[in-house]
Design a protein around this ligand. Structure first.
Ligand code: RNT
Ligand code: ZN
Length: 410
């Protein structure tokens, strides 16, 4: 008997149907961030990365043109299983006129649309509120300078149009995520006014008509960033309250909380009060360090919360990390595979049985069974998934080959 057939039997003895798990997993959409390919640089501005986020490392071979980034992303598509979307940032606009962030248009993304359509993938979008001269004193939508605030409102409205265009062209809804870096390094004298201005800006953006059946606007909170350690305008409370007030979708990035807080514990609460929720899956090492996603406890726990609450169609799952110290394509593929693998792990849990045991207050059995499931033969089911998806289990060889023949010549 082959290893998958053996694994199928072992899982069946726990009441878990591996066929059902594989069938579900192949249709789950994971939105992959484009910015792992070039260290969040983009093509529209010569400014250094700002906004309290940072890439460290200078591994050779990063993409510096749209063509290179597209070629690299093709590798990612080929080496990862499942349904995928590409998540673009506004700074990846391909501009050949005098447009800037406040005046970008769908045409500046025509090449990306062509790319997505020919690969049959959807597109998500992110206005870029960083790495730009109009970020003044680290502020954008919360700036007390009306010229600055208005500029970024215009940018976000331009992005809504582009998001609509993405959805229309690809035939798949577009998630447009708003995250601003605004905050203060030291203790502010006024915490309310910046948040009031951020609220006003968001109102101005979202009161602009857009097609809500095509574009899902999400709002991402954060606890602090480098250089903005004392106060973040878009805090968790602000973003959750605002999302609720305006009927948009809250987004949680698991690098954006205090180190002992976990997003896995927050998902159920948000699911009870929101039709949809959104996630940026990342790995925080001590802080919002955006390390590559591993097959670790918290990623598995997040996946379990989505799966066992029957919320695969209510959670926008997206990746967000940027490691410049290792081969970027390997980083990309490893992280995306680990999201898929964690979802598979979650789909292979005897969730109903465990929930029933909880109601019987039988935490002895829950512990024993959960521990056994950790060493159940998920690897054999994973190998079968890759085989069915036509994806090579070994990606390191292919990545190294691409490094030698393509990346090394950049
Ligand atoms: C920053 C946020 C945000 C960015 C991307 C590049 O802390 O996580 O999502 O990582 O927009
Ligand atoms: Zn994020």
């Amino acid at each position: 008997m082959n290893r998958y057939e053996e694994a199928k039997k072992i899982y069946a003895s726990y009441g878990v149907d591996t066929e059902k798990a594989l069938d579900t997993l192949k249709d789950v959409v994971v939105s992959i961030h484009c910015w792992q390919g070039d260290d969040v640089v983009g093509f529209d501005s010569k400014e250094a990365l700002s906004g309290g986020i940072q890439t460290t490392g200078n591994y050779p071979g990063k993409a510096t043109t749209p063509e290179e980034l597209m070629a690299d992303f093709d590798k990612v598509l080929a080496l990862t299983p499942g349904k995928k979307k590409l998540s673009l940032h506004a700074c990846y606009a391909i501009i050949d006129d005098d447009a800037d962030r406040s005046t970008i248009e769908p045409k500046h993304f025509a090449k990306w649309v062509e790319y997505a359509k020919s690969r049959n993938i959807g597109l998500d979008f992110n206005p870029t509120f960083f790495s730009h001269p109009m970020v003044k004193d680290g502020l954008t939508l919360s700036s007390p300078d009306e010229e600055v605030r208005k500029y970024w409102v215009k940018h976000a409205i331009a992005c809504l149009k582009i998001s609509e265009y993405f959805a229309t062209e690809t035939g798949m809804p577009c998630v447009m995520n708003i995250w601003i870096p605004d905050g203060y390094k030291d203790i502010p004298a006024d915490r309310l006014a910046p948040r009031a201005r951020f609220k006003k800006s968001l109102d101005e953006i979202l009161d602009t008509p857009y097609d809500k059946s095509k574009v899902y606007v999400t709002l991402e909170s954060k606890v602090f960033g480098i250089g903005v350690e004392s106060y973040t305008v878009g805090s968790a409370e602000f973003c959750l309250s605002y999302s609720d007030y305006k009927g948009i979708t809250p987004l949680m990035d698991n690098g954006h909380y205090h180190p002992t807080e976990v997003v896995s514990d927050k998902i159920s609460s948000l699911l009870l009060f929101n039709e949809k929720i959104a996630l940026h899956i990342t790995r925080a090492v001590r802080w919002d360090s955006d390390h590559v996603i591993l097959f670790d406890d918290e990623t598995k726990e997040i996946a379990k919360e989505i799966v066992r609450n029957d919320a695969l169609d209510r959670v926008f799952i997206a990746t967000d990390y940027f490691d410049a110290s290792i081969n970027r394509i390997s980083a990309w593929v490893t992280g995306v595979r680990n999201v898929e693998k964690s979802l598979l792990f979650a789909l292979l849990q005897p969730s109903e049985m465990l929930a029933k045991l909880q109601n019987e207050n039988n935490f002895t059995d829950i512990m024993v069974i959960s521990e056994e499931m950790k060493t159940a033969p998920i690897g054999d089911v994973w190998a079968e998934y890759l085989r069915r998806e036509g994806v090579n289990a070994d990606y390191l060889t292919e990545v190294k080959d691409y490094e030698k023949t393509v990346l090394a010549n950049r």
